[in-house]
Ligand binder design. Structure first.
Ligand SMILES: [Zn+2]
Length: 141
């Protein structure tokens, strides 16, 4: 089940569970921003362009090659991440599996499981997206 609204930053809520070994999983509502192909490719091109400008500048500094390769490698990783960021996590509503306190999820690219922590007991755990919950969400709406 998903709720879709058509605000400027399109935003969906998908069900998930907070999983901490040794404790009963708790339900979580994950708030996600679907990222259209245009957003992912546009961002990747900009990151690639910045890396392309910085690489020759970095290569001027002795010992030259390690700096240039470092900038190129970092750029490649960032391009790869941007191209694969199908959903960005904006927030999560749910309770900690251990103490029932409010949980908070880091933003950024949705990972599976997505890292979260408890604001009360500070345990770290993962949020699993319900199977199939995001498979039918159109990224290019
Ligand atoms: Zn807790």
């Amino acid at each position: 089940m998903t709720n879709v609204d058509e605000t400027p930053h399109r935003h969906v809520v998908v069900p998930g569970t907070a999983v901490l070994f040794g404790y009963e999983p708790t339900p979580v509502d994950l708030h996600l921003v679907p990222r259209p192909t245009r957003w992912r490719v546009g961002g990747a091109v900009r990151i690639g362009a910045v890396a392309g400008v910085l690489t020759p500048l970095a290569a001027v500094v002795p010992p030259h090659a390690p700096w240039a390769l470092g900038v190129l490698g970092t750029g490649a990783i960032l391009v790869h991440r941007r191209l694969n960021e199908r959903f960005t996590v904006s927030s999560a509503d749910g309770a900690c599996p251990k103490c029932g306190g409010r949980l908070s999820a880091g933003g950024g690219r949705l990972r599976r499981p997505h890292p979260a922590s408890c604001e009360s007991c500070h345990n770290e755990f993962g949020i699993e997206v319900a199977p199939g919950a995001i498979d039918e969400i159109s990224l290019d709406a």
